[in-house]
Design a protein around this ligand. Structure first.
Ligand code: GFB
Length: 306
């Protein structure tokens, strides 16, 4: 029977995979092992002896974190990915899935973003370090497939959100930062300040959906080329603010702070390949996902990751 190792198991998707309660899955977190260290990574692989790997571990952040820490995000992610893929290879892992993000796509690109376009130009400047590090996952997986016949596949999810996120106000992604900001504004009867103009568009996807799709891909997807996981539904940041404030019953004033970055205006993804493979997959609606995420945050605050 296969043994599946999940890296980054305390993160957003890692926690969602744990909840699926699948047999013969083992989980490692950054507290168990420093994956930037090759020898420590190798030790974990030699001890656990996985036959399959879901590689989720990464140093990530929202637009603020990416702008502030582009060097750190590049360095750590290149080291983590290089070590995990190399240790998988030398320890005989049969199948590995890793994750990029739609921010890997070129800033100047025809829409919708298609899997074949990831290397056709530089990424948006706000994601420079992280996006190039993530692109190398696809390069390494493909090179390993060519030389050593490794069945390593790569998925490209859109903006993931859900319970167990990082709720940092400065470094987090928009969904957790916004929920946290709204919570504070409501509690202290303050205005709610939202970064940017509210006009950029994003495709949000619930972590539980990505957890299910990670397992599906591990079982069923074997192409060298990546696969985008997306509902194809775009909403503006302003619409997201309306959904979050309605769910949190925030009645105060909302201010859009244009001194903060908007980032890429939109990154709509091509769902053709995904729909060919999974025509019947039902994504969680944004209203339902936000409800579950807000409930989780309010029940766990202040013991949340920041
Ligand atoms: O989640 P976020 O940082 O991801 O969203 P990106 C940024 C958008 O949300 C911008 C607006 O248009 C921001 O102006 N926004 C509004 C906020 N309020 C906030 C807030 O409180 N925090 C944040 N962070 N944004 C990330 C990449 O880009 O996408 C990562 O930087 C990763 O590398 C991730 O790929 C999926 O979609 O802009």
């Amino acid at each position: 029977m296969d043994k599946t190792l999940v890296t980054g198991a305390n993160g957003l998707v890692g926690c969602a995979i744990r909840k699926l309660d699948l047999p013969n899955f083992e989980y490692v977190t950054h507290e168990d092992v420093d994956l930037t260290d090759f020898e420590k990574t190798k030790y974990i692989f030699e001890t656990i002896k996985p036959t399959r790997v879901i590689h989720l571990a990464a140093v990530v952040g929202g637009i603020g974190g990416n702008i502030m820490h582009s060097g750190e995000y590049f360095r750590s992610n290149v080291m983590i990915n290089t070590n995990v893929l190399e240790c998988s290879r030398i320890c005989g892992v049969k199948k590995l899935i890793s994750f990029m993000s739609t921010c890997v796509f070129p800033d100047q690109c025809s829409y919708p973003l298609n899997e074949k376009d990831i290397h056709n130009g530089p990424p948006h400047p706000s994601n420079f370090g992280y996006a190039y590090a993530k692109r190398m996952l696809e390069v390494q997986s493909s090179a390993y497939r060519k030389e050593w016949n490794c069945n390593y596949i790569v998925a490209i999810p859109t903006n993931i959100y859900g319970p167990n996120d990082n709720w940092s106000l400065e470094d987090g992604h928009v969904m957790p930062s916004l929920i946290h900001r709204c919570f504070i504004a409501k509690k202290h009867k303050l205005d709610l300040t939202v970064w940017g103009s509210g006009k950029p568009l994003r495709e949000f996807v619930f972590s539980v959906d990505i957890a299910k799709l990670a397992v599906w891909a591990l079982d069923n997807y074997n192409e060298d080329s990546p696969i985008i996981f997306s509902s194809g539904v775009e909403i503006s940041i302003k619409e997201l603010v309306e959904i979050v404030t309605a769910e949190m019953k925030f009645k105060g004033k909302i201010i859009f702070d244009s001194s903060k970055p908007d980032g890429q205006f939109r990154k709509p993804s091509d769902t053709t390949k995904f729909k060919k493979y999974c025509p019947d997959f039902e994504f969680t609606s944004i209203e339902r996902g936000v409800k579950e995420t807000v409930n989780w945050f309010e029940s766990n605050y202040p013991n949340v990751r920041i």
